[in-house]
Design a protein around this ligand. Structure first.
Ligand code: ZN
Length: 344
């Protein structure tokens, strides 16, 4: 079994409706409000992951935010700290209601199938390769969102449960499953739950980068001897950052918004080490070329070149997987999936 794998076809994901293309200005405005909230916070003194003091020149500025490259671990930190106040300002509160329909269920299953089943298969295949049988896996998904990953694990026959702070998302996930696959928890309770959990696999898909009290959660994982594997995906410092910095009129999906820091291979190793784990297997596939494609399309529309955009779009989409694979193999992709194993 290879310890590093690369690439994933973007094809099916494209068919899932993408607001970023059609609502660039609206998304940019939302991101600008989130930046306002971050600009109000105290300056970050040390690297979010390795604790090295942040010093020297910024690496770049994008959408009014300065970013610093950590000299010790290669992590990229925004100038301002993510705090409780920031979290309260940027995460959408729970006051909306869902109207459920059969169409929602079909869209839910489509998203689960295309985006989350491959992630669950990667986990299953890896643990199987290490001698952990499917029947022996008990997975707790932290920050389970709308339950897609828990559902995907269950579809593959893995025992899985999710915890999530948004009651609306928990209700939505459970309604979609017609079963209790997620439980609502208070954000202050998560460290305690993680420390006591009787699960051998902990997952956090797109979660660790949003945790304010990250060190507390990492030591809770370290102190729970039941947890032998951690499966996570985090955003990385990548080509997408460069495209964003170069295209200030395009929505910044990657750096900005709720992402106040981005990982490197080295900073991921550093974070694993804090938990007493090692990064044992990785899968890299980014959305960098998708971001570039989106920015080109938005720019062409904005400068009156929609006919050229229509000509170019299908040609580019034919190449997009090949181009992204080059980025992935060169270790400059926007996302990494990693399976960490507890050190002996
Ligand atoms: Zn660092």
């Amino acid at each position: 079994m290879q310890s590093k794998i690369y690439g994933k076809s973007v094809g099916e994901i494209l068919k899932i409706k993408n607001d970023f293309f059609e609502h660039n200005d609206k998304m940019l405005e939302l991101s600008s409000h989130q930046a306002d909230a971050l600009l109000r916070q105290p300056e970050r003194r040390v690297c979010k992951i390795c604790g090295e003091p942040i010093s020297g020149e910024k690496l770049y500025t994008s959408q009014r935010m300065d970013y610093f490259l950590c000299k010790k671990c290669g992590h990229v930190n925004s100038r301002y700290e993510d705090t409780e106040d920031f979290a309260n300002a940027v995460y959408i509160s729970d006051n909306y209601e869902y109207n459920y329909s059969e169409a929602d269920k079909a869209a839910y299953l489509n998203r689960m199938e295309n985006i989350y089943i491959p992630k669950a298969k990667f986990l299953l295949e890896t643990l199987d390769g290490w001698g952990l049988a499917k029947e022996d896996i008990k997975l707790l998904d932290d920050g389970a969102g709308s339950g897609y990953f828990v559902r995907a694990c269950q579809e593959l026959g893995i025992r899985a449960l999710g915890i999530e702070i948004s009651k609306a998302q928990v209700e939505f996930a459970n309604r979609m499953a017609d079963a209790e696959i997620l439980r609502a928890v208070g954000s202050g309770d998560i460290a305690g739950i993680v420390e006591k959990a009787e699960f051998n696999v902990l997952s956090g898909i797109g979660v660790f980068e949003h945790i304010i009290n990250l060190d507390e959660i990492l030591s809770a994982i370290r102190r729970n001897p039941n947890i032998n594997y951690v499966y996570l995906s985090v955003p990385c410092f990548s080509m997408s950052c460069v495209f964003e910095a170069a295209n200030q009129h395009c929505y910044n999906r990657h750096a900005g918004g709720t992402h106040t820091h981005l990982f490197s291979d080295q900073s991921l190793e550093f974070m694993a080490d804090k938990m007493g784990f090692e990064v044992a297997r990785t899968w890299k596939f980014g959305s960098d070329m998708m971001d570039m494609y989106r920015m080109l399309c938005v720019s062409l529309d904005q400068n009156g070149n929609s006919a050229l955009k229509d000509y170019f779009a299908p040609k580019f989409l034919n190449m997009i997987d090949d181009l992204q694979l080059v980025v992935d193999r060169n270790e400059f992709a926007s996302e990494i999936h990693a399976i960490l194993r507890r050190k002996a």
